[in-house]
Design a protein around this ligand. Structure first.
Ligand code: NI
Length: 173
């Protein structure tokens, strides 16, 4: 396994719509990418990581949001498609491509997502709360949308100001 480099905003790949993973791409290379993404995510102590965040402009992400406390819950979602989203939750959100930025973001509280697993098999996940937040955040990454775009205007300006400050001090590359 290998650790991948996580790119930071405003790297163009983060603002680009990812390409769907084609049928003939469900192979060892994809499995290796997924394993490396899990390793990279755990090392960075995140609960989700999308391919564009490691410079790969493709529609897939990995996540681990435990259902039972302490129990790992690894899921790789390839070609995720949000089927339904409903309700509302307001909570703090972070992103490995925005180190040090934690901001309140409004999201739907429940979502149903269809995706393919690493073997290409169709799957569906119906989830709520933190897992729904993670699925929506990571699917956004596949669409070239970052959580900055989901903030209120005020929070976005505050976040941008903080990013500029971090860039100046060289703590953000
Ligand atoms: Ni993110």
């Amino acid at each position: 396994m290998a650790l991948l480099k996580i790119v930071h905003f405003p790297e163009p790949v983060l603002l680009t719509v990812g390409k769907p993973v084609a049928e003939d791409e469900f192979n060892e290379n994809l499995q290796k990418l997924v394993e490396d993404m899990f390793e990279t995510m755990y090392t960075a102590e995140g609960c989700g990581l999308a391919a564009p965040q490691v410079g790969v402009s493709k529609r897939l992400f990995v996540m681990d949001v435990p259902v039972e406390k302490g129990e790992p819950n690894r899921i790789a979602l390839i070609n995720p498609e949000i089927q339904m989203q409903e309700g509302e939750q307001i909570g703090d959100e972070g992103c490995l491509s925005f180190p040090g930025i934690y901001t309140t973001v409004r999201r739907e509280v429940r979502t149903v997502v269809r995706y393919q697993d690493v073997f290409g098999k169709e799957q569906e996940l119906d989830c709520t709360d933190l897992m729904a937040r993670c699925v929506l955040h990571e699917t956004d990454h596949c669409d070239g949308i970052v959580f900055l775009d989901r903030m209120t205007v005020l929070k976005r300006e505050l976040a941008k100001r903080k990013i500029r400050k971090l860039q100046k001090t060289g703590k953000w590359d």
